[in-house]
Design a protein. Sequence first.
Length: 193
Amino acid sequence: MANIDRPNGFKFAKSLLGMAPNAMIRKYTAADRSGDATGNHGDIYIGDPVKLVSGKVLPANSNDTILGVCVAIGKSSAIEHGDGYFNADDLSLRYAPLADATGLIIAVMPAEGNIFEIQTAADLDLVAGSAADINLVANTAHGSRTSGNSTTELVADSNHDITVIEDVTTPGMDTTLVNARHLVKFTDTVNTL
């Protein structure tokens, strides 16, 4: 039976640090992404891997050093409504549009010390210890502006972006087929603490 095709980027699965997930989330300011409009590549979606450039967050491409995964987005100008991960001007907005270059706060689950779940874009037959790449590359779309979720998936290895830790073994999941889900860790990470 075929696996369900439901790309949603990286989802936090487990911590290797023994901390509560909400205690690990860090706030960063989104960098100006207005020049990265081809394929809406400058947008940041929930589940996107992100990188740090000059202290600010950008979407991470394959072969980048990964800071972590975007888990929430907010607007710092929402102080009059309370500080949080929401945009008071548009409560349905669940992603960081590239056109909004100021005042966006990106909540990031650190890549270091954490394991994430993600699906494959092809039949890769990955097993524990296998390497693969993310399909996020320059000038390509990588999310849904409707749902706000990332559509990043795993593809064949050339840059060793991730290492598979274990297979997701939910009922009906066949890890030998396309859209298999795996628990992975990022290979090249940066820690800002």
